[in-house]
Design a protein around this ligand. Structure first.
Ligand SMILES: [Zn+2]
Length: 67
């Protein structure tokens, strides 16, 4: 599995990390940190979904309704 780092997200999306970071912290953009306060990593489909204004499959699953 290939994950995007914050630097790559900024480069690909053209969105600043000051917008991306709060979205990650709120959980709007599904990502994870291997260690607390460590580097954020985002799965490609999760990023694509967020860019499209949609929920990724993980966020949808969390709501309790299987696709
Ligand atoms: Zn996800």
């Amino acid at each position: 599995m290939r994950f995007l780092t914050m630097d790559e997200l900024v480069k690909e999306s053209g969105i600043s990390r000051f917008t991306l970071m709060p979205a990650l912290q709120r959980g709007d953009l599904h990502g994870f940190q291997r260690v607390k306060r460590g580097t954020w990593r985002v799965d490609r489909p999760c990023f694509d979904a967020w860019m499209a204004g949609e929920k990724c499959e993980h966020q949808t699953a969390k709501k309790g309704k299987a696709a």
